[in-house]
Design a binder for this molecule. Structure first.
Ligand code: NAD
Ligand code: DAU
Length: 361
């Protein structure tokens, strides 16, 4: 049994899918997961509905800041590992309202660490040696690069620029301190921008796909020349599985696919893919919907990951290029209108109360 915080979100939800598919592919026994999730606007149980229905996943609807709920989940389900995805994750929201980010990303991570420390401390020796706390973090903790700076490595100094990245940097430091001070067996991964299925449409790629299909403007911030290093979400999930299995305790690993792309090029790629797969009825090109808008305050210019360490020490490599990953992603959004409707209408909120309130593991 493993416990996944934030397992109803974008990456955590994809991780649940990946976990079972991978174990089957490798001939490993099925291993149940507990998804511990507050189900904020970004958490959607529809993403992991099949795993919940089959009993592979148990959903605990709770907040990582709730110490009793964390303690209870650990005591009830006795996981051999905790994978910590839960966070407030959207930079724009952190600019408008940083409080929730400090609460979940820092206080929540602290609360989780405290309870995990007590749980781990009380384990039998063999279980204690095998236990892992895997902290899922971001490349944004390193700050912003100029066009000529070398990519972020694990030794790059932390220089977070947004309330989001500062709160994630704080959580990384706490995780590190719990290893250094208490010996908690931790692993941290700092990943670049993910994209793929089940991505909440406030983030660049799903927002552009859905706005394009709706005939709405495609809002490009500033000059559109900011650079992100894109990684298909399942490649990130595989990296987490491999670091969990082979990572050295207390170490951090940067995860990225060497796919630096300017925002405007991401948007035009999506437009061309849609022109090919779902041409506009009026014959116009989707690029005509691109609109330059006021820049994000403090907008980081460039992120880039140097993945040498994870490639060399763990042996991980991404399976998807941006070309293949964006093709899967655009097709997924064209085909999965039911999931998109749950997100757009907020219908899954009613569904949560009908299906899960009072039936939590
Ligand atoms: P997301 O916003 O899609 O999902 C976050 C999940 O956490 C949701 O299910 C939400 O309900 C849950 N959650 C939020 N607050 C909670 C709380 N207090 N208690 C319990 N659950 C709570 O985020 P994501 O994009 O899937 O990111 C997951 C993790 O990966 C985050 O830690 C993020 O910092 C990190 N990360 C994301 C990216 C990316 O490109 N999306 C890249 C690198 C790292
Ligand atoms: O680098 C990893 C990070 O990537 C994660 O830690 C974050 O959780 C995740 O949200 C993501 O952060 P970004 O700020 O890079 O992602 P976002 O999708 O919000 O924006 C990507 C780029 O596109 C960024 O330069 C801002 C720009 N943008 C974004 C939106 C939503 C636009 O130009 N227009 C938009 O409408």
């Amino acid at each position: 049994m493993i416990l996944i915080t934030g397992g109803a979100g974008f990456i955590g939800g994809n991780f649940v899918h990946h976990w079972f598919e991978r174990r089957e592919r490798l001939g490993l026994p099925r291993e149940q997961v507990v998804v511990f999730d507050k189900l904020t606007y970004a958490g959607n149980p529809a993403t992991i509905q099949a795993q919940i229905a089959s009993g592979d996943a148990i959903l605990v609807h709770a907040d990582i800041c709730d110490r009793d709920a964390v303690r209870n989940a650990l005591a009830t389900h006795k996981p051999r590992a905790v994978l910590h995805f839960a966070a407030e994750s959207h930079v724009d929201r952190s600019i408008h309202g940083p409080g929730e980010f400090i609460q979940t990303n820092m206080v929540g991570t602290f609360t989780l660490l405290e309870e995990v420390r007590a749980y781990w401390g009380a384990m039998e020796t063999a279980d204690k040696a095998a236990f892992r706390f895997h902290h899922v973090s971001t490349d944004e903790v390193y700050g912003s690069l100029s066009d000529t700076d070398p990519a972020f490595s694990e030794t790059t100094a932390y220089q977070p620029n947004s309330p989001y990245s500062a709160s994630k940097a704080g959580s990384d430091h706490l995780v590190r301190a719990y290893h250094h001070t208490y010996g908690l067996p931790v692993l941290t991964t700092n990943c670049s921008n993910n994209y793929g299925p089940y991505h909440f449409p406030e983030k660049l790629i799903p927002l552009m796909i859905l706005n394009a299909l709706d005939g709405k403007p495609l809002p490009v911030y500033g000059d559109g020349l900011n650079i992100r290093d894109w990684l298909y979400v399942r490649d990130h999930c595989e990296a987490i599985c491999q670091v969990l299995e082979k990572g050295t305790l207390g170490e951090t690993y940067n995860i990225g696919g060497i796919n630096e792309i300017k925002n405007i090029d991401v948007v035009t790629t999506i437009c061309r893919k849609l022109d090919e797969l779902r041409p506009r009825a009026d014959g116009a090109k989707y690029e005509s919907q691109i609109t330059y808008v006021t820049d994000r305050p403090g907008h980081d210019r460039r992120y880039a990951i140097d993945p040498t360490k994870v490639q060399r020490d763990i042996g991980w490599r991404p399976a998807q290029t941006f070309e293949t990953g964006i093709d899967h992603t655009v097709r997924w959004y064209l085909e999965n209108t039911e999931w998109i409707d749950t997100v757009r209408s907020g219908a899954y909120r009613d569904w949560i109360s009908r299906n899960y309130e009072g039936r939590q593991g």
